[in-house]
Design a protein around this ligand. Structure first.
Ligand SMILES: Nc1ncnc2c1ncn2[C@@H]1O[C@H](COP(=O)(O)OP(=O)(O)OP(=O)(O)O)[C@@H](O)[C@H]1O
Ligand SMILES: [Mg+2]
Length: 216
């Protein structure tokens, strides 16, 4: 039985691909069988998997740019798979969003804590509650506060919003340019066991543990 974790936000550049790749890597690191599904026609997640060296921990590649709901339902029943992490497309709305919600157990919404990003993301979060599945709690929604800096005020504002909207903040991911270096080579900080990358791995371990805790 595989759980589907979709990383979605209508806002472009908020860190959907970064979150999806690192969540897939962190869940793999915890010992789960993981597939990374690309829902974005830009196919950045699939490109990353294509570059991934063969000797590293396997993350299965799935192309969800043309979502086939029957195929996905069959995939969810596969006993050898624990998680399907979906990298969502920018500007998702309408039918594609509805389809993704239909198949998702968890929807993670990365938000950059800047005023314009917050505004667009809050609208998106509110829209999610129009879906009965979300309203009933059959698909759980949580925020990933991304690119956090020393932005106490903004974090406070997002925290207040998360209370108002009753959405948990699953992880705080700092703005770390070092995250991107291994991506070029099909890797993440989970493939580099240097002590210095431990602090960069931490928020994604926290995110993976959150996902495991709500899907168990
Ligand atoms: N926590 C972070 N620290 C440093 N850089 C980051 C972080 N998160 C994202 N980035 C950078 O910000 C840019 C946008 O991130 P990413 O591609 O993950 O966003 P996206 O939501 O998938 O974008 P799109 O809407 O185009 O699909 C990228 O250059 C990425 O490397
Ligand atoms: Mg992307």
């Amino acid at each position: 039985m595989a759980h589907v974790i979709s990383v979605q936000n209508v806002k472009g550049g908020c860190g959907k691909t970064t979150t999806a790749i690192h969540l897939a890597a962190a869940l793999t690191d915890l010992g789960y069988a993981v597939a990374l599904a690309d829902g974005d026609p830009q196919k950045s997640a699939l490109g990353w998997l294509e570059r991934r060296p063969e000797h590293l921990a396997t993350i299965e590649a799935l192309d969800f740019t043309d979502l086939d709901l029957d195929e996905l339902r069959a995939l969810k029943k596969r006993k050898t798979l624990d998680y399907v992490v979906v990298d969502g497309r920018a500007a998702v709305r309408g039918a594609p969003l509805t389809d993704f919600i239909k198949v998702s157990d968890v929807i993670l919404v990365p938000i950059v804590g800047l005023p314009l990003d917050i505004e667009a993301s809050v609208e998106f979060l509110e829209k999610l509650w129009d879906y009965r599945k979300v309203e009933k709690g059959d698909a759980q929604v949580a925020v990933v506060l991304n690119k956090t800096r020393n932005t106490g005020k903004i974090a406070e504002r997002v925290e207040a919003l998360s209370e108002t909207l009753d959405v948990e903040i699953a992880a705080y991911v700092p703005d770390k340019p070092g995250l991107q270096n291994p991506i070029e080579f099909g890797m993440t900080v989970f493939d580099q066991r240097r002590g210095s990358s431990q602090s960069i791995r931490e928020p994604f371990i926290e995110l993976a543990e959150y996902v495991v805790s709500i899907t168990e």
